[in-house]
Design a protein around this ligand. Structure first.
Ligand SMILES: [Zn+2]
Length: 404
């Protein structure tokens, strides 16, 4: 018979591991103070398994598997992606639960995170057929589905999918082989124009010129990466580990190794009690990027936002006024929304992020900027702003100043 002390000890180990979870140190990609992406050792917390990426809140799986990736499975690169997503997702969750006090995020069931998944998403079947148009170089969040018992498709919850990266030559994008296609040139050209379109559309136009309309879908398939220019710029400027943007005329993006992409995708989930994650709109992309920036909490990124956001950026030559076209699908402008949120946060001060998170309860995915979003901000401000009366007037002034 076991000694009672051993029994007690076993019991307390079991209990404490259930309460606190396991921890392990792993190599992950994270940012230095200078906003460089580097491989560094970080603690993974809240694990429920001693030998796999199965945690209290996230389970990292390989492709279509349901079992978590083991610490000794696959190659080092896959391990790096599993550890990086696990680390940054927990960081993002912590922000919503602890800083924004989100009851919705706190009560989310464990999320399945897929690494290296090639399949397209299917609303009925979860995964589209393996041979159908494999996907690379991007990430997306998918909505829960009911499954299809007759075909043995189990129901699934919200998930986040990270595609594998693939080196693509710019000629494959249909672009010209010109020397101009260099990161510095691209970013400068982008900043200096009036930003009616997303960074992705801008690159399509740059690469394809007049052939743009016919080949745009090829490019957007390859480079699909929603989000605002400031965040996307941040991502592309940290080339090396995760990204090649036309380095030797190749494009490659390992979305599972970019902290801001991970935050952006989790933000979609954190907003999904009110904003659908099935499709992009200026409102939900601008909101997701705003929170990705908050979670990143980087001085370097904050400076970039201050200087280059198209709404009020200090170094932006032609600041963006509101245009009616932003409400249309074609000229949807997540940058404008991002800048608007950034300025509204300043008015609400420390309460800004909570005030903006609660805006989601007063809007929908397809809400217009001019009517619904502004109204949502004003109403949320009444509840969460430090000096509601004064802040209300300041917000109205801001909207007016931007021609809304
Ligand atoms: Zn998005």
């Amino acid at each position: 018979m076991k000694n009672w002390k051993t029994v007690l000890l076993t019991l307390s180990i079991t209990l404490s591991s259930q309460i606190f979870g396991f921890e392990i140190e792993k190599n992950v990609v994270a940012r230095t103070k200078e906003f460089e992406a580097k491989i560094m050792t970080r603690k993974l917390v809240d694990l429920e398994s001693i030998d796999s990426y199965d945690g209290k809140f996230f389970k990292i799986v390989y492709k279509k598997n349901e079992e978590a990736i083991k610490f000794y499975e696959h190659d080092g690169h896959t391990q790096l992606k599993a550890a990086t997503t696990y680390y940054h997702l927990n960081k993002a969750r912590k922000y919503f639960v602890e800083v924004l006090k989100s009851e919705f995020v706190k009560s989310l069931p464990k999320l399945t995170i897929r690494i290296d998944i090639l399949n397209k998403f299917s609303e009925l079947g979860h995964f589209a057929n393996d041979n159908l148009d494999p996907q690379f170089n991007n990430a997306l969040s998918i909505p829960a589905g009911l499954g299809y018992p007759r075909r043995r498709i189990a129901p699934w919850n919200n998930e986040i999918w990270f595609r594998p990266s693939k080196r693509i030559h710019i000629s494959e994008l249909g672009g010209n082989d010109r020397d101009k296609v260099q990161l510095k040139y691209i970013l400068k050209a982008y900043r200096n124009q009036t930003h009616m379109v997303s960074f992705q559309n801008f690159l399509s136009k740059l690469l394809l010129g007049d052939a743009w309309s016919s080949s745009a879908s090829t490019v957007s398939n390859v480079m699909r990466l929603a989000g605002t220019s400031v965040i996307v710029e941040g991502i592309f400027q940290s080339t090396g580990i995760a990204v090649d943007l036309f380095k030797q005329k190749y494009y490659r993006l390992d979305s599972a190794l970019v902290p801001e992409i991970i935050y952006h995708e989790f933000a979609h989930v954190a907003l999904s009690d009110h904003l659908a994650i099935t499709h992009s709109s200026p409102v939900n992309e601008g909101m997701a990027d705003y929170f990705a920036g908050k979670i990143a909490n980087s001085k370097q990124l904050a400076t970039k936002i201050k200087d280059y956001n198209l709404f009020s950026g200090k170094k932006v030559r032609k600041k963006q006024m509101y245009r009616y076209e932003f409400e249309s699908q074609e000229y949807a402008n997540a940058d404008f929304v991002f800048g608007l949120l950034y300025e509204a946060e300043k008015i609400a001060g420390e309460k800004g992020p909570v005030m903006l998170y609660n805006v989601r309860t007063r809007i929908e995915t397809d809400s217009s900027i001019r009517n619904k979003l502004l109204d949502g901000i004003l109403r949320s401000c009444q509840l969460h702003c430090p000096i509601p009366g004064l802040n209300h007037i300041q917000l109205l002034k801001l909207f007016h100043y931007k021609g809304i």
